[in-house]
Design a protein around this ligand. Structure first.
Ligand code: ANZ
Ligand code: ZN
Length: 829
């Protein structure tokens, strides 16, 4: 019987040792150790220790009224395992936790119940913390932070002042996304498929005066610096797409009988000779300017009115049904060939990207092609896949690839890639074109018309305009209000608190008013990982020395849903703080990993409304925290979404009971000398678990430990105290309570937390080889070297492939095979 498989002995083991005196009682030992570790300050991070530092961070939660469900701890368990492992590896680990507590739910709760958000938030935090502590996370609670604590948001406001002084925070009237249900403006990143990310309501465009942060000024750096990061490829790709850098040319088209010019943005200037019309976005002010020339202006106006009512998604999807209206009476001129071309207004052109006007090349752009077909517009091929000039008679769709230029005057025959530069330069020399870079990224709409957020530390003075408060006036505390309801007037509920709003201008001491907009909940989370390193500092967001020692974050784990929200915003803030000289790193999170969701047993998303939520408290109560921890890692690959399965929990619980029994049984009668096979298995397992933790393959690490346990039980009379020691050390990061308890029980010294992570010996791991004798009809014909323990099927295959054997069996029928494991295979013909 090979090691690892669960043998009959292992199976009957549980029954046999049921009589053992001390029962595994997780409820008792877990609480005991949690208290003990907390008392000892076992997880305190030590500033400036000589050990190498390791900063292991979780995305901090919003402390909702519902408490944790079993999906939340998945990421926390993984970082806890890593943190405990890294401590055993000799690192000085910072592993903190805190609360991202501003936001709508607390406010909505206040509206419903009248309970002040501060009170409900405190209550929720208490509950979250108790739940987390019951799972035995090794957080350094002395570093706990809360974004709604004035001593915390003082520094959020301070960062806003930095942004303001650097010209990166400005107020502007913008057509922004507005959620009619949340009654607030939203950032682009908070709008998913035209819906509010929070409440799912259809978002509308609204012109509002808003605070905006100039994240676009950092577009290139946000893109460039992605290069050095160890992040999931998917998240990097999402950020790249979101930033959406696009290189091309702005080209001027003259309008006939007019001084006005039309500027378009194109990434395909090589196709200019094929441009047969222009298209303007409905919102473009140029249409208004051309009003007198447009003979069907009424018609145009009506089209624009309708287009504005559509959502952005409706406008860019289903191009085939898309229509537009020609601006009759005006023609533009293609600067390449002088051709007079019509101008359309159509809503497939986005008003707020690039110039909001396009040159249409129906032969080489599918949207333009569909549109041209619909309105019978000229389609001129200018890119050919073949070098010789040949125009296909008919074609059903646009040719989008690169190729050679045709119908393009003196550029004919040139490669399209080269023509992009040459045609651009040719136009530029006549002042008709300009090299341009565009970004999809928009500035970050930063104000919210809500109560439960950080007040923006600005005062509006009639004489001095916008005046930033000074650091000594911070924090601007949220005042108490009676009505939390968003007003829907474009002002936050703070606007009605006259005593708070009316202030003296800090500059001229004249009458002034406070800014009443608040910050979005992304503000506090954009820098919280800095505060953890020095949460009590009242002179700076954190002390420079501590920042230098601890930052940046080495390992960051959280949900992928933050790809272009939190993860982009905080990168932006860090670059600003770097430029300001506050911090010395450019990227906050060196390594990032995302956990998958835990679905309900029915495969659906867990939610209160579906009634399928599983509460970790119940699991901890019934099976213990160690079982919960083990199961959540064992259930499958960390990044995958997986359904909860109670059978898996029970399997993990049984595993821990078997660990417990093995230790209890061996305690008094360990073998004195070590067994070779056990040694090989232990070394193999140490290697596997070590590598798996490093790669966050925690599910296979757990199964390796299960195989180890089976192997040990099989040879239980041969295991030494050292073997048990290794087993416990490997288990310690995953199931710390039972590991610590058994560590003490077995009589090992000190706490298991302070032990060194076990090492393995590559030499011992190497698979053992044996000589397999191959016989034909009982006569030895060959001897081959194979891995110990190979199966009959595999041995037969190897035998048949041996050069010496082939000639004996060629054309003959094999009647029987006699196989003696690790010794002989006898082929009877
Ligand atoms: C002519 C052309 C010919 C184009 C061709 C493409 C293919 P990205 O990469 O997204 O920047 N475009 C420019 N501004 C637009 C707007 N406001 N709304 C909708 N479309 C717009 O794509 C740039 C291309 O998208 C531009 O290049 C333009 O169409 C279109 F064979 O110009 B192209
Ligand atoms: Zn003033």
């Amino acid at each position: 019987m090979s090691l690892g498989q669960k043998s009959k002995k292992a199976r009957t083991y549980s029954r046999k040792y049921n009589k053992v005196m001390i029962k595994y009682n997780p409820q008792k030992i877990e609480k005991k150790w949690q208290k003990e570790w907390e008392k000892k300050g076992a997880f305190r991070a030590k500033d400036f220790s000589k050990k190498p530092k390791f900063y292991c961070l979780d995305m901090f939660p919003y402390p909702s009224g519902e408490g944790l469900h079993v999906g939340h701890p998945r990421g926390y368990i993984a970082t806890d395992i890593i943190s405990r492992y890294m401590r055993m590896k000799g690192f000085n680990v910072l592993h903190p936790m805190g609360w991202d507590a501003f936001g709508l739910p607390a406010e909505n709760y206040a509206i419903k119940t009248g309970v002040h958000p501060e009170i409900s938030t405190k209550k929720n935090i208490k509950r979250f913390k108790e739940q987390m502590q019951s799972i035995g996370f090794s957080y350094d609670w002395s570093k706990e932070i809360n974004t709604t604590d004035p001593e915390y948001y003082k520094w959020t406001q301070w960062i806003f002042l930095v942004l303001f002084k650097r010209g990166l925070a400005y107020k502007a009237i913008l057509p922004i996304n507005f959620c009619p249900s949340c009654k607030t403006g939203l950032a682009n990143e908070e709008v998913v498929d035209d819906k509010c990310e929070r409440c799912g309501a259809q978002v509308v465009k609204k012109e509002l005066r808003q605070w905006v942060l100039k994240i676009t000024a950092y577009a290139d750096r946000l893109l460039q610096d992605l290069n050095g990061l160890d992040w999931p490829g998917k998240i990097i790709a999402m950020q790249k797409n979101w930033i959406g850098r696009s290189e091309g040319w702005n080209i001027n088209f003259k309008i006939n009988d007019s001084k006005l010019e039309i500027e378009v943005f194109t990434t395909r200037v090589d196709t200019l000779f094929g441009c047969t019309y222009l298209v303007i976005a409905p919102e473009n002010p140029l249409i208004e300017q051309l009003k007198d020339k447009i003979t069907n202006y009424k018609f145009v106006k009506e089209y624009i009115r309708k287009a504005k009512q559509k959502t952005e998604l409706e406008r860019i999807s289903e191009v085939r049904d898309k229509g537009g209206v020609e601006l009759r009476g005006v023609l533009a001129q293609n600067p390449a060939n002088g051709r007079k071309i019509p101008i359309f207004v159509a809503d497939y052109v986005l008003a707020y990207y690039a110039t909001g006007i396009i040159m249409a090349v129906p032969a080489h752009d599918q949207r333009d092609f569909d549109f041209a077909k619909k309105y019978n517009l000229a389609i001129i091929e200018v890119i050919s896949p073949l070098q010789e000039t040949k125009i296909s008679a008919t074609f059903e769709k646009a040719y989008l690839e690169e190729g050679f230029l045709i119908n393009s005057g003196r550029f004919d025959g040139m490669r399209s890639q080269d023509a992009r530069e040459r045609i651009g330069e040719w136009l530029a020399s006549q002042n008709l074109a300009q090299k341009t870079v565009n970004y999809k990224l928009k500035d970050w709409v930063f104000s919210r018309q809500h109560y439960w957020g950080e007040p923006i530390p600005i005062v509006h003075c009639e004489k001095c305009g916008m005046v930033p408060l000074s650091e000594k006036d911070l924090p601007v505390k949220l005042p108490y209000v009676k009505k939390y309801q968003p007003t829907g007037t474009g002002e936050s509920p703070l606007a009605v608190i006259k005593e708070w709003v009316n202030v003296k201008c800090p500059k001229c001491l004249g009458p002034a008013k406070r800014e009443t907009d608040t910050m979005p909940n992304w503000a506090g989370s954009s820098w919280y990982f800095i505060r953890y390193v020095d949460p009590e500092n009242n002179k700076a967001l954190a002390g420079p020395k501590k920042m230098k020692y601890w930052l940046p974050v080495d390992m960051y784990v959280g949900g992928a849903e933050h790809a272009v929200l939190h993860l982009l915003y905080s990168r932006f803030w860090m670059k600003v703080l770097y430029d300001e000289g506050v911090i010395s790193f450019k990227e906050p999170f060196l390594k990032l990993r995302n956990q998958g969701l835990i679905m309900a047993p029915d495969g659906q998303k867990m939610s209160k409304s579906r009634g399928n939520v599983i509460n970790p408290d119940d699991i901890v109560k019934k099976y213990g925290a160690d079982t919960l921890r083990l199961y959540e890692m064992f259930m499958g690959p960390f990044e995958d979404s997986i359904a909860w399965d109670i059978k898996g929990i029970e399997g993990c619980s049984r595993f821990l009971q078997r660990v417990w029994r093995l230790c209890q049984e061996r305690k008094e009668n360990f073998a004195l000398s070590s067994d070779k096979e056990i040694q090989a298995l232990i070394n193999k397992t140490i290697k596997k678990v070590t590598e798996d933790i490093e790669r966050l393959k925690l599910n296979t690490a757990v199964s390796a430990m299960m195989i180890l346990l089976n192997g040990l039980i099989d040879k239980s009379d041969k295991i030494t105290k050292g073997d048990i020691k290794n087993l416990l050390l490997l288990l310690a990061p995953f199931v710390p309570h039972i590991a610590e308890e058994l560590w003490q029980e077995m009589g090992f010294k000190g706490s298991i937390l302070t032990q060194e992570w076990p090492k393995y010996d590559e030499k011992i791991i190497k698979e053992k080889k044996i000589n397999l004798v191959i016989q034909i009809n009982g006569k030895t014909r060959d001897i081959i070297e194979v891995e110990a323990g190979i199966s009959e099927a595999k041995a037969k295959e190897l035998a048949q492939n041996s050069g010496k054997i082939k000639k004996w069996i060629a054309g003959k029928e094999i009647k029987r095979i006699i196989f003696v494991k690790d010794k002989i295979i006898n082929i009877v013909l």
